[in-house]
Design a protein around this ligand. Sequence first.
Ligand code: PGA
Length: 250
Amino acid sequence: MTTNRTPLIAGNWKMNGAETESVALARAVAEGAPGGCELLVCPPAVLIPPVAAVLKGSGVAVGGQDCHFAEGGAHTGDIAAAMLADVGCSHVILGHSERRADHGESDELVRSKTEAAHAAGLVAIVCVGETLAERDGGETLARISSQIEGSLPAAATAENTVIAYEPVWAIGTGRTASPADVEEVHTHIRGDIERRFGAGVAGGIRILYGGSMKPSNAVELLAINGVDGGLIGGASLKAEEFLTIARSCS
Ligand code: PGA
């Protein structure tokens, strides 16, 4: 990573944890946070307030894992972007492949959620990624382009949006894309961003890699041209693993 983009190392805790262990995890992350990158943790929604309380003033940011597209109202079980901001979030993950699969989220829905996040002052981490069938079928770049086109609103900027490239087949499987494949996709995404939003946005926007990033492969993955950090699931649940990844940025 030889750019002026500050790397972002984001932990996606998914549907894991209870209050005591989550607060301890957050505290350990804050205590061991290295310089040289931004750190973010995204706990399950009900754990955001205690985690945000322990991280207050630490420099480690807190994010949600999803939000609704509406400002509020009759949406049982959902959470508005402004509610996330109100309890201390600065970021929200949107369009994760698990939400696209479990909840049938379309690019159009992800775009409207991204607009809601921006309206609430949150940085949206918009996830894209191909399935194994799409990769094997030679459709990876076309799939990524259509997700980027459909999921990003016109008002996306390098400040309010981060992109996470997560090959679906690499998430939670222990498999990672090869460095050449990761570089190809990241370069392709930045090209799409440049064509639609201009060189300024393309040069500034951060594109994270996600999918089985762990201490043993983080140095290699984070050194790839165009990789500006990581979105980390399993390895973000252990402070030492997450911090080892964070230290791999420098
Ligand atoms: P993983 O998850 O690191 O466990 O593969 C990454 C993600 O889903 O964001």
